[in-house]
Design a binder for this molecule. Structure first.
Ligand SMILES: NC(=O)CC[C@H](N)C(=O)O
Length: 229
């Protein structure tokens, strides 16, 4: 599979996600600078990594969404190409209009850094085909603005169309309550685009790829993507 990781000034998880792609797909991704205007020919998957692009100035992801490379990312998505945005990458996807809704300050107004359980809502997408229906997975959270919000019509559409990818839950799979630390509406941790080819998620699957360091629940996503591509 040919993956491209976009690197913005202030990205800090691009190496983590490159390691996850190498481990999950067997090949190293191309690293593409934000000021470039083209993706490498034959790119199957674009990854927008986590971090603090442009120092989180204005709003997280707002400036990166207007970077030169984003026209090529939008065109890739419009052709049905795969796009994965993780944390700051999710923020960039909503700021660029590739996904609906917004990501605003965590409800406790603090940076949240912890492992987190997620419920996998569906396993018939190219991102989640490696999981079991209803599986509870463990991933890492590290964000200040992960509180997902959208207007009631948008939420109804997302829920009705099965476009919620993951929800915050406890170890037993109970959704919401204290498990939803950032206050996201409907406990939403990740959403798909209409054609299910764009996924934005707040937690970091790329940091759970090694049994010796916390587990491999994240690796499943990258390995599944390679199979799907
Ligand atoms: N880990 C990240 O990608 C952090 C995203 C963003 N800078 C925030 O704090 O919300």
């Amino acid at each position: 599979m040919n993956a491209a990781v976009i690197v913005f000034p202030g990205s800090n998880r691009e190496r983590d996600v490159a390691a996850a792609l190498r481990a999950g797909t067997g090949s190293a991704p191309a690293m593409v600078w934000h000021a470039d205007t083209d993706l490498p020919a034959g790119t199957d998957l674009v990854v927008l990594p986590g971090g603090f692009s442009y120092g989180d100035y204005l709003r997280c992801g707002a400036i990166a969404a207007r970077a030169p490379i984003m026209d090529a990312v939008r065109a890739h998505a419009a052709r049905g190409g795969l796009v994965l945005g993780i944390c700051n990458g999710f923020q960039i996807l909503v700021e660029s209009g590739l996904l609906p809704g917004i990501l605003t300050r965590n409800k406790n107004l603090r940076f949240i850094c912890k492992t987190q359980h997620l419920k996998v809502e569906r396993v018939d997408t190219r991102f989640t085909s490696g999981y079991q229906p209803g599986q509870v997975i463990e991933v890492a959270c590290a964000h200040g603005e992960g509180n997902y919000f959208a207007d009631p019509e948008t939420i109804e559409r997302l829920e009705g169309d099965g476009r919620v990818a993951f929800r915050y839950c406890d170890a037993a799979g109970n959704v919401g309550g204290l498990a939803n630390a950032n206050g996201s509406i409907n406990d939403i941790a990740g959403v798909y685009s209409e054609k299910l080819n764009v996924l934005g998620m707040m937690p970091h699957p790329e940091n759970l790829i090694d049994g010796a360091v916390g587990g491999t629940d994240g690796l499943v996503l990258f390995a599944g993507l390679a199979k799907a591509a």
